[in-house]
Design a protein around this ligand. Structure first.
Ligand code: PEP
Ligand code: MN
Length: 643
């Protein structure tokens, strides 16, 4: 049982709570958990929870049904997000850790770090102290190895995670590592857990190869109870009767643990399967099952590796895996985390210097729970200060007048096509540019009040896009449709209603909107096709210098894509002439759409997305050439493409 104390509890009241618990047979331990001071009461005691929660200075009492309390989701319903330097693990992001099994030399770790970073890993792994089954196998380079690893991490802008094997070493390693790893063999080394937990640093806790989920969570409890808040769980395969693979990856542990605990869960497919060719499929399966990330062994020359060569990926295999994860991420409603790295190549625009998340407000149209809010949080982080406005035009206004540093607007849906209103706004706001994009999977729910059912509904509210994307479901019901500016506003409107029977009104929006407004989901997944994605762009003021943040997830990566709008003279071959310029320079066209020009019947503007050539100067020359063949030419921005 956990007794959460009020912030300003007096010493006297705290003593009263202690005496109360002591008299009823509990043993107690006081600790800080995040912002809260908590008394953990264990033992065979019994207490009237209602009476206890009424004692002065008691904020609430959490009676957990599990033997672990701090690790339990009953105690803390929201996901814990673990921060390791610029990297966040948990929530809606997928964070990939990669590196060799062991640090073998300064050159080897530097080379591997640069390779995995290039492919998109955000943290570097590597063992300096290797707990090997055989005493004759390579035991690691020790502190020297850790120093090499720290240097490799710093050179590539990656925090490091490394295994600690004894309480004494934990103290020596503290200032050199960003995150401690507790290996499978040490999961129940309780003295080690207590020492490492007390150092307060983030910890990656591997599951023991014969440990039950409950034992694993109890080990996490040791770490949390000793002082750290930042624990990431890592499933790495368990012993079964199967001998084909090194261990058996317990995929089902991922959803089970996500339910039982608020801690992030990542997967180590390398040690789970132990066979190089099986690592990527197992890693992808883990992401599909809800893992918050992976830790993967990669070696520049696996055949020469001093440990675990047969399960280490070649750099090309890792790069392929990263691309597959990026494509899979939106399917499970997540985004692959990218962090800024020290990039010094050609073609990086001034503004692409990553800035701290949330130093200024980011605007979106709608209220809490809107899909644009989810896109915003994915790009800028959950903590980024938000500015909610009432329309897409208001997002552009807010960015232009500086009341927001950036904005997030949808431009295209995979089922219903372009959101023309926003394309038209780009023409009306020439000082606004696109600086990033991201794709969000859209799952629509039918949302209503407590007491409502599908049969009681008479009217449904949503954004027009919501109606269009759920056409087949709506066609089965004779409901009146009421359009709203956005889906979350449609949900909120139900609560603002008076005089109408609330059980007759429903809204179509994402689950987050139901949660944000305390309403219930009557049916989920009502979109006509589950492959329903919306592409959002991040907009910012042109030449904004200071006021043009690039989201941390896009970091200082060079742009790979550009968006243009132009019109062409009303003569034969004029569009062809433009496309020919692109084709001759080998520039790939990923979108070409025509839109009527307002006020000029039967004249059209072309919306064009192209991939950016990586050689400096080519794109600039292409733009100059295009200007000579077009009438109205507008460059909307260059940014990093999302898959
Ligand atoms: C490792 O990650 O290097 C390792 C030894 O893993 P495990 O503890 O899961 O065997
Ligand atoms: Mn290994």
């Amino acid at each position: 049982m956990l007794v959460v104390l009020s912030k300003g509890i007096s010493l006297r009241d705290k003593e009263l709570v202690r005496v109360y618990l002591q008299d009823r047979g509990f043993s107690m331990r006081e600790q800080q958990f995040g912002e809260d001071a908590i008394i953990g009461a264990t033992g065979k005691g019994t207490a009237d929870i209602r009476e206890l929660s009424l004692l002065p200075g008691v904020e609430r009492v959490a009676a957990t049904s599990k033997p672990y309390e701090l690790a339990s989701r009953e105690t803390k319903p929201e996901d814990t997000i673990v921060t390791v330097g610029p990297v966040k693990i948990g929530g809606s992001r997928i964070s990939i850790i990669a590196g060799p099994c062991a640090v073998e030399s300064r050159e080897q770790i530097l080379e591997t770090a640069a390779l995995v970073r290039e492919s998109g890993a955000v943290m570097l792994r590597g063992g300096a102290y290797k707990p090997r089954t055989s005493p004759y196998a390579f035991q690691g380079l020790g502190m020297q190895g850790l120093e090499y690893m720290k240097a490799a991490g710093e050179a590539n802008g990656m925090p490091i995670v490394t295994e600690v094997v004894s309480p004494e070493l934990a103290v020596q390693m503290r200032d050199l590592t960003d995150m401690f790893q507790i290996g499978a063999r040490n999961m129940q080394n309780f003295e080690l857990l207590k020492k490492v937990g007390s150092l307060g640093k983030p910890v990656l806790l591997k599951r023991g190869s014969s440990a039950t989920i409950e034992e694993w969570l109890l080990s996490a409890e040791y770490l949390l109870a000793s002082g750290t808040r930042d624990v990431v769980l890592c499933e790495r395969g368990i012993r079964t009767f199967e001998t084909y693979t090194r261990n058996t990856l317990d995929i089902s542990a991922i959803p089970v643990v996500k339910d039982l605990s608020h801690l992030p869960v990542i997967v180590d497919p390398s040690h789970a399967v132990g066979i190089r060719a099986k690592v990527s499929p197992a890693g992808l399966a883990a992401i599909a099952a809800g893992a918050d990330g992976l830790t993967v062994e990669v070696h520049p020359r696996p055949d020469e590796a001093l440990s675990d060569g047969p399960q280490s990926l070649y750099p090309e295999q890792f790069e392929r895996l990263m691309r597959d994860i990026e494509a899979l991420a939106p399917v499970v409603g997540k985004e692959l985390l990218r962090t800024p790295r020290p990039y010094q190549g050609p073609g990086v625009p001034e503004r692409a210097v990553a800035r701290g998340a949330g130093s200024e407000r980011i605007a979106f149209s709608g209220e809490s729970g809107a899909f644009a809010e989810q896109a915003l949080m994915r790009a800028f982080g959950e903590e980024a200060p938000q500015l909610h406005v009432a329309s897409f035009a208001a997002v552009f206004d807010a960015v232009l007048d500086g009341s927001a540093a950036a904005g997030v607007v949808p431009v295209e849906n995979s089922l219903t096509g372009s959101i023309h209103e926003n394309y038209d706004l780009f023409l009306r706001y020439p000082d606004i540019a696109i600086v990033g994009e991201l794709k969000l999977r859209i799952v629509h729910c039918l949302i209503a009040c407590e007491g409502a059912s599908i049969d009681s509904i008479r009217m449904v509210r949503s954004h027009n896009q919501g109606f269009e994307q759920c056409r087949e479901f709506l066609d089965q019901h004779l409901w009146r449709h009421e359009p709203y500016n956005n889906t979350a506003t449609a949900v909120a409107s139900i609560l603002r209603e008076d005089g109408t029977d609330l059980t007759t009104i429903a809204a179509i929006a994402g689950e987050a909107a139901a949660r944000a407004h305390g309403l219930k989901v009557l049916k989920t997944g009502i979109e006509t096709n589950p492959s329903n994605y919306t592409r959002f762009v991040i907009i910012s003021r042109r030449n904004g210098g200071d006021r043009a943040p690039v989201p941390p997830s896009l970091g200082s990566q060079p742009p790979t894509k550009a968006s243009l709008v132009f019109s062409v003279p009303d003569t034969p071959g004029s569009l062809f002439a433009c496309l020919q310029i692109l084709s001759e320079k080998g520039i790939n066209l990923s979108k070409l759409e025509s839109r009527p020009i307002q006020g000029q019947p039967w004249r059209y503007l072309f919306y064009v997305d192209v991939s950016l050539p990586q050689t400096e100067g080519i794109f600039e020359a292409v733009m100059e050439a295009l200007k000579t063949k077009t009438e109205d030419f507008r460059f909307l921005g260059a940014y990093r493409a999302s898959l």
